[in-house]
Design a binder for this molecule. Structure first.
Ligand code: F0G
Length: 461
């Protein structure tokens, strides 16, 4: 199952950005000032930053030189046309609209297609997608197949949608016009960066088509998904990742993309359509919220760098190294006895904090406590995906409803860290494991009404 890495990193380093580990006492003081929430840390106080793989990639020499070619014309920019050609070549979708990032693209798509009271189906919508569906007064419906929720599994495609559940939803609601679209998120971020198989994509698309419902991709990590298909799905080993991606997009009517992931850029996104009519509808929202049709919130140079990034991300030597590095970290952590979601996904390793710190009840925020401990131990920043990020208060009973899983995500930025950084992170976990019984919990002392994990503050119990 582990992606092989036959060679060393397929790049050499031309420019470096110094990082430093501040002393332990300074880390203790910094995290206390931050209210035990790593979102409040200054990044100068972080040694290895695994908060997200989004917008954190290192650009290549080709991307940096492409920046100089940016055409900053308000309308009809040459850089837009270049980006459009690259996106259309990979996706087959003719109508492309840039957006400032993924959520901008989501806003435009949902505003164009979704009405109050409707149900937007998907394998598992990302948080911001969920937010935009809710903002339209519609209902986000996650139909991930059961296997996808299991922490330990050797299923190769834990991002697959439950086809039977999808059929039931379509059968029950499509005829009344209650299903504006189906969105397949590749890879599925919310359960660990898990891939979706081509067979599942094809079958889900056929179902949607049979009921006359548009089928879209949230393709933030499409190249990683395509690489998993090549590695794991029978019949694809000899196909190029580019051809696999093309086949995948051929089953859809369009896509939204946060280019901050597999676009290998620090900002950007787009929405793309097969149908001119849908594109026209989207422009009604794109222009007032993101920007004119040929820039959508991006500068010309951003679009140049993205056009290059979308080509580079399909390089199979890059993908072998990228996914291989994430799996290398997963292996090192497993050797240290750290429980993680298996198989590891494409963009990060998800640690099962409830199993790692079994003496802490959910009310004591074990995943947040582990994030804090990792920072204090080693200056490494991970992120909590558990009781704080997804827990909520039941309005009638006043009781806290906890999410199924209590996780710490270690997201690996693209082309940024070396395997020695990964080894350092795993060693830190080993030291924490040795003294885990002594790790105390946290108490929430401030929370905002929505998306509380970004600004929450805690105290040590
Ligand atoms: N869709 C998926 C699958 C994502 O993972 C994200 C962002 C978005 C949409 C939204 O894109 O941030 O460009 O507006 N995920 C980041 C993460 C934030 O850390 O996983 P955005």
């Amino acid at each position: 199952m582990r992606p092989r890495r036959a060679y060393a990193e397929p790049y050499r380093i031309k420019m470096v950005e110094p990082i430093r580990l501040i002393p332990r006492e300074a880390r203790v003081a910094a995290i206390e000032r931050a209210g035990y929430n790593v979102f409040n840390l200054s990044s100068d106080d972080v040694y290895i930053d695994l908060l997200t793989d989004s917008g954190t990639a290192a650009m290549s020499d080709s991307q940096w030189s492409a920046l100089m070619k940016g055409d900053e014309a308000y309308a009809g920019s040459r850089s837009f046309h270049r980006l459009r050609r690259v996106v259309s070549d990979i996706t087959g979708y003719e109508y492309v609209a840039p957006a400032h990032q993924g959520r901008g693209a989501e806003h435009v798509l949902m505003a164009a297609l979704v009405k109050p009271g409707q149900r937007v189906l998907g394998n598992m919508h990302f948080d911001t997608t969920t937010g935009h569906i809710l903002l339209r007064g519609a209902e986000p419906v996650n139909l991930l197949r059961q296997e996808g929720y299991r922490v330990h599994s050797d299923a190769p495609f834990k991002g697959d949608i439950d086809l039977e559940a999808l059929r039931r939803e379509l059968e029950a609601h499509a005829a009344e016009g209650l299903i504006p679209l189906v969105i397949m998120t590749v890879t599925c971020n919310s359960n660990g960066g898990q891939p979706v198989s081509m067979a599942n994509i094809r079958a889900a698309s056929e179902l949607a088509q049979a009921y006359g419902v548009p089928f879209f991709f949230d393709c933030a990590r499409f190249a990683e998904n395509a690489y998993f298909i090549k590695e794991r799905e029978p019949g694809y080993a000899r196909k190029s990742v580019r051809d696999i991606a093309r086949e995948m997009f051929s089953y859809g009517d369009g896509c939204i993309m946060s280019a901050k992931k597999d676009g290998l850029v620090n900002i950007g996104g787009f929405v793309a359509f097969r149908s001119e009519e849908m594109y026209r509808k989207a422009l009604e929202w794109l222009i007032p919220f993101e920007g004119f049709a040929t820039y959508g919130g991006l500068s010309g140079r951003d679009m140049e760098a993205l056009a290059v990034g979308l080509e580079e991300v399909l390089d199979e030597a890059y993908l072998e190294d990228r996914i291989g590095q994430v799996h290398y970290l997963a292996e090192l952590l497993t050797e240290q006895g750290v429980p993680i979601i298996t198989p590891a996904g494409g963009h990060g390793v998800y640690v099962d904090a409830a199993a790692f710190l079994p003496h802490l009840s959910r009310a004591k925020f074990p995943a947040q406590a582990l994030v804090v401990e990792l920072y204090v131990e080693a200056g490494v920043r991970g992120v909590e995906l558990g009781a704080c990020a997804f827990g909520r208060i039941d309005e009638t009973t006043g009781e806290t409803i906890y999410p199924e899983l209590e996780l710490v995500r270690l997201a690996v930025p693209r082309r940024v860290y070396t395997d020695r950084h990964m080894a350092y992170v795993a060693q830190a976990f080993g030291r924490i494991a040795d003294r885990r019984e002594g790790i105390g919990g946290l108490r929430l002392v401030y929370e905002a009404p929505v998306l509380r994990h970004f600004t929450a503050r805690f105290e040590r119990l």
